[in-house]
Design a protein around this ligand. Structure first.
Ligand SMILES: Cc1cc2nc3c(=O)[nH]c(=O)nc-3n(C[C@H](O)[C@H](O)[C@H](O)COP(=O)(O)OP(=O)(O)OC[C@H]3O[C@@H](n4cnc5c(N)ncnc54)[C@H](O)[C@@H]3O)c2cc1C
Length: 329
């Protein structure tokens, strides 16, 4: 493990940010060594992946490890499916492309989500009707005592864009195991996908991934051109008692497994933020939930804009929008 002082932190918001100490984590021993150094110096220790869901401050205190553990093995195989173990440092989208190329079903709806495999459990990534929680078998963590443990999907406490890992930052994710199907097992009832396929159901995972890539590319800004972290806010979950009120305002209310969900994008749009620029930040016109950085150099500028958006949604609807990315200070 090679510790670098003032290591620049890559992030898809295009912000200049430096970790007091940084390093690449290529083996799990590197995690142990980096944490030992941080402990000895009395500094915090954090792990990131590709930086596509963080808002990093200009100077990040402590030791930041960039996850780079790579491995890919089939650990169990049957006629109808298999279990695949993947190191946390793999790129998520490349993993999806690999799986669909093999004809394996399970992760195709999650194509083109930026970031690392190890970050996928952290906020239980989800898109186009599928969540990571539905395909994961178990998650390997290296805990604060240096012990390696496999947590079952149930133990991970997955919820809507949430998991136990947001509450247990000492648990560093080093690998995951996915349950993938070899026989047709598709989920295309999400409105954009349903209208894309117009009733065709005899589909391969590759065709579904291609559709997701098409739809996402038309709607979401490419961070290499328009820096962003995807959705900046979570969709708010409301009590059943408030459903009628919001429906009365002609707002969409989605009844889901986790409760009634509002569209944060719609609330932001109703408050007039669509494509409104303030300073060097604005909402993406095709998806106002995405804040795009047009030259802001510091996290504070992005967070100020986000706080203005939150305040107007709170004023108009008495809804407190929750931030989706984590702020790294
Ligand atoms: C254009 C765009 C579109 C997006 N679309 C979606 C989408 O459709 N659905 C969705 O859910 N998300 C989406 N995101 C958000 C993002 O892609 C995911 O959250 C992704 O999982 C982040 O991966 P990362 O490696 O970049 O994580 P980072 O940003 O590096 O880290 C995110 C958080 O996870 C923690 N973390 C990272 N790796 C580990 C590890 N190995 N162990 C413990 N903690 C770790 C970090 O400390 C941090 O708190 C989008 C982002 C962008 C830029």
């Amino acid at each position: 493990m090679n510790l670098i002082k003032n290591m620049p932190l890559a992030n898809t918001l295009g912000l200049a940010s430096y970790a007091q100490f940084g390093c690449l984590l290529i083996h799990s021993d590197d995690v142990v060594a980096a944490r030992a150094f941080a402990d000895a110096e009395g500094l915090p220790f954090r792990v990131i992946g590709a930086g596509s869901n963080i808002v990093p401050m200009p100077q990040v205190r402590g030791v930041v490890g960039v996850m780079a553990i790579k491995s890919l093995n089939i650990v169990d195989e049957q006629d109808t499916g298999l279990q695949l173990e993947v190191g946390a440092g793999h790129n998520w989208h490349e993993l999806v492309l690999y799986c669909v190329e093999q004809g394996w079903f399970g992760v195709e709806n999650l194509a083109l989500i930026p970031g690392s495999v190890g970050a996928a459990p952290v906020q239980n990534i989800g898109a186009y009707g599928v969540e990571f929680a539905e395909v994961v078998a178990s998650v390997q963590v290296l805990d604060g005592m240096g012990d390696v443990r496999w947590l079952s999907a149930e133990d991970c406490g997955f919820g809507y864009r949430s998991s136990r890992f947001q509450q247990c930052p000492d648990e560093i994710i080093t690998a995951i195991r996915l349950n993938l199907a070899k026989v047709r097992h598709i989920k295309i009832d999400y409105p954009d996908l349903a209208s894309y396929f117009q009733g065709h159901v005899d589909l391969t995972p590759k065709q579904i991934a291609a559709a997701v890539i098409d739809i996402r590319s038309a709607k979401l800004p490419d961070p290499s051109v328009n820096p962003n972290v995807g959705s900046f806010f979570k969709n708010p979950i409301i009590d059943n008692a408030r459903i009628a009120y919001f429906e009365g305002l002609d707002l969409s209310v989605f009844r889901t497994r986790v409760g009634a969900k509002l569209s944060a994008a719609q609330l932001i749009d109703r408050c007039g933020w669509k494509a409104r620029q303030s300073g060097q930040v604005r909402c993406w016109v095709k998806q106002p939930l995405v804040l795009v950085n047009h030259g802001a150099t510091e996290a504070a500028h992005i967070l100020e804009f986000a706080s203005d958006v939150r305040a107007s949604v709170a004023d108009a609807f008495a809804i407190e929008l929750e931030l989706e990315p984590s702020v790294l200070a």
